[in-house]
Ligand binder design. Sequence first.
Ligand code: ZN
Length: 610
Amino acid sequence: MLLVLALNGWGLAYAQTASVLEAEASKFRRTGSYAEVEQLCQTLAKNHPNSARCFHIGHSAEGRPIWAMAVSRSGALTAAQAKHLGIPVVLAIGGTHAGEIDGKDAGLMLVRDWLKSPPVNDPLKHQVFLFVPVFNVDGHERPSPYNRPNQNGPSLQGERVTAQRINLNRDWMLGQSPEMNAMLQLVTQWDPLLTLDLHVTDGVRFRHDVSLSMSPMFSADEPLTEMSEHLLSELMQRLSVKGHRPLDFTPVLLDFENPRSGIMRDADAPRFSHVYAVLRNRIGVLVEDHAWSPYAQRVQTSMDVLIAALELMAKDGRQLLMVALNADAHAEKMQTETVALDWQNMLEAGIDIPTGEVDLLGYEYTTHLEAPIVGGRHITYHLNQPAVWHTPVYGGIQPVNDAIVTLPQGGYLIPAGWASVVVPYLQKHQVTYQTLPHAIQGAEVQALQVNPESISFDARTFQGRLRTNISGEWVAKRANLLQGSIYVPIRQARALLAAHLLEPMSPDSLSRWGLFNTAYEVTDHISNHRQLQIAQWMYREDRRIRERYGDSLHQKLPALRKEYQTRMDRDDRFREDPEQRIDFWISQIPYHDPTFNQYPVLRLGHSPLP
Ligand SMILES: [Zn+2]
């Protein structure tokens, strides 16, 4: 260990010793650079060719390889072998937020030690452990002592966001970063049964050392939901036995200056890894080590989470895999299933009733009404006085009403003109689709007529995008589908993902992320003088209305004029508002922009293909 520290080119030293990490050598005051990950990954693979493989899954925005390890004694070291042999795959991701780096050191140490001396009942005999030590590589290589002001070590921490300032744990659905595209490919290839995303909390001080969050409610498959919940409680139990104080959700304080006033549980969205996994009929766990635990302790916690998960998967993995594959089969048989695409805490729905109470292990604290020096309402924790916060819990998560959707019996249809916008996302997420080889006239479809009043854009960007809110009503109509239109059948393993991308009310639909915004933009208008002219022609029953807009409108004109007169006589507000008066006439003529406010995805009752 001393030799390593004494050497200048320490990267070379690792290649030879392949063992002691910078974190260990520094007694967990520091964490190593990315070169250390690369060295250890390659050395371990070289020294244990039958049970470890080191490869990169793609490159970061700044061109760094994103290294991954496949570790197993099951005989499977590739995705194809794992699939062929039916071996469960567990994916652990470190450094999604590069400053929250516990998972990197924990995973590297665990892999190194288990490769060197397999534990009793070696869990690696029953699964492939797929490990990405650092997901946000560029962020990792921009260390600073100031990146994680709410965290107790290591001395230098990486950045939360990528070089393009993307938060990777909000990018699972949109996949706008090269890093996420690499990860989505990895997930597509390996199809991990369990994904553990290894993070660190962001601020609140309490004595629980780790929280595990899952969102199984997003699933449409009951057995999978049950198994996920069971897995979570077993994980909790194993961690408790080892002396940890885990929480089975990430607590959010209702009042940051007074923790006893209550805690709530957030409802997450598919843009997070642990929800995304559920939409693939798999299991995702968001692991948050407690930021204020010392780094050495946090790495141990992270390692214990990994060990518990790998042991559980060794025990139950095959059975879980069966349940997950059954969920795929269930999705392939979906008829008219009703699913909730968005969830919220009941508090957000205005239901201010706690679902229970919890004893949170915290500290005594003072809520200042006028804090020393700075004034204002603030909190000081008294860390030498452990206390139990007996607090109400607002844990109820319920579906967002507008986002309860009955899936279409056939599937979705993307008109040819929008295919180039949508298809890349279908491919990224492994959603199956077919391209119409020929046009279809008069197909029965459901089209969403967007309510113009409902269209709003967020005031600020999120992940660089201006998010969009719309709502509307699906109406039956006939449409001519061009050759090259895209049919997305609902009966497929990735049905939930398809619905989340294509239903407008999903929190991470393509529409929400602003990809359909041109559909909701006014692009042309009728000049005022032209409107006046048309209104006058209509009022006078001018033959030019028949020439331009046809007989049926022309024949309606006497009745319209009568109606207009009645409103002028009886409706003061109408009479006094020139805008309403001209609209009365102009709204009767065929609209000049027929695709305006037409949602660019159709729903189908059955397949358009034979
Ligand atoms: Zn994080």
